[in-house]
Design a protein around this ligand. Structure first.
Ligand code: B12
Length: 317
């Protein structure tokens, strides 16, 4: 025994005519019929309709929602399925997992058009949500596939290039964060081309109101030192993905320290230096997480205040 259309409409919040139109036009469900010919919906049908409704509420057209649900779900079983207990209210964008899966799937097939079509809906969520719930999960899902040897180099470049492009567009839109905030320069050292983690970090700092100078990848040490001496940022953040021995890291930290102004804190982080978390030398520290770094930068005094203190003439006595 299943649910009648009126009940399903009340359970899902989809008006009866809309539900019947979706069913007719998009071939989404095939409810069974009672002996008297009435439609009868199963728990699985109700669950599927709820997912579609959540996607439509998030801004997708019904056609896109159906495409998303199809690309992310296993083929529907003909057997009646016991659905999980009902959830009364679906939070907005509840189905971001579907979006992540569908975007990755499209990109792995080099189908940028579909991935782009799915992304504009992100206009409805904040940058922070887009980073944490879409781009980072897409990259972690790619990383897992990479580690299992399931993706080609071309696929890896295509997916990471797509994410990088969108994150850099966010950085551009934020203007690198407000003038007068604590200045944080971000780069990777020579030989390190992985920049995605650093980009995430840079965006989070800019979103938190700090001033981020994005220097990009593979900065030679001498150029970094010249930059630090001239620009005097409050923090320099370097990201390491490839592993590096502690002694070498300490040596590198010290050489940067010698070339940097005394009030620039040097911060290292990333998977390559996770084993060395802690203070490496005076003014050189390895942080394990972006949150720790955010907390540290948050405690530093704003640049505008610092420059006032430095530049304001002293009252003569
Ligand atoms: C994407 C990718 C690439 C892209 C990078 C694109 C780009 N523009 O960034 C490209 C194609 C360029 C690339 C190249 C290579 N890659 Co690669 N790559 C990856 C992949 C799939 C994902 C990495 C990623 O972006 N992760 C997602 C981010 C969000 O995570 P994350 O970096 O850890 O960052 C988080 C934290 O660590 C932290 N964090 C990061 N930095 C910092 C800094 C500070 C200060 C703080 C506080 C925190 C912090 O914040 C982030 C958010 O939480 C990984 C797979 C894997 N398992 O990781 C391989 C992987 C990292 N690559 C690997 C290798 C070997 C290479 C190559 C050498 C391959 C080759 N033979 O050419 C090259 C060259 C690398 C080089 N010279 O630097 C290996 C590294 C193995 C190792 N331990 O050395 C991995 C693990 C793949 C594997 N299983 O073999 N790669």
């Amino acid at each position: 025994m299943g649910y009648r259309v009126k009940t399903v409409s009340a359970m899902t919040g989809i008006p009866r005519p809309t539900l019947l139109a979706w069913e007719r036009r998009h071939d989404i469900l095939e409810p069974s019929r009672s002996p008297a010919g009435y439609r009868e919906y199963s728990d699985a049908d109700v669950a599927a309709l709820r997912r579609l409704k959540a996607l439509v509420d998030s801004g997708y057209s019904i056609g896109e929602s159906v495409e998303l649900a199809r690309s992310a779900s296993p083929p529907p079983s003909r057997e009646p399925v016991r659905a999980p207990p009902m959830v009364v209210a679906e939070p907005l964008f509840a189905d971001h997992g579907l979006v992540v899966h569908a975007i990755l799937r499209a990109l792995l097939a080099f189908d940028r058009a579909t991935a782009d079509r799915l992304l504009p809906k992100l206009g409805q969520v904040s940058f922070a949500v887009a980073i944490d719930r879409v781009f980072v999960p897409v990259m972690y899902a790619l990383a897992e596939k990479c580690d299992r040897g399931e993706v080609s180099i071309a696929q890896e470049h295509f997916v990471s290039g797509f994410c990088r492009e969108h994150l850099l567009a966010m950085y551009h839109e934020l203007g690198g964060g407000p003038e007068g905030g604590v200045t944080v320069a971000c780069a990777t050292p020579s030989g390190e081309r992985h920049e995605f983690g650093l980009l995430v970090l840079a965006l989070k700092l800019a979103l938190a109101g700090h001033r981020v100078l994005w220097l990009g990848i593979e900065l030679p040490t001498a150029d970094l030192c010249a930059f630090l001496a001239a620009q005097r940022p409050r923090f320099l953040c370097l990201s390491f993905t490839g592993p590096i021995a502690k002694e070498e890291l300490v040596r590198f930290g010290r050489s940067l320290r010698e070339g940097a102004p005394a009030d620039t804190e040097i911060v290292f982080g990333g998977p390559g230096v996770h084993d060395h978390v802690g203070t490496l030398a005076e003014g050189v520290v390895v942080f394990g997480t972006v949150a720790e770094l955010e907390a540290r930068v948050g405690r530093a005094e704003p640049e505008s205040w610092r420059s006032r203190v430095v530049r304001e003439p002293r009252a003569s006595g």
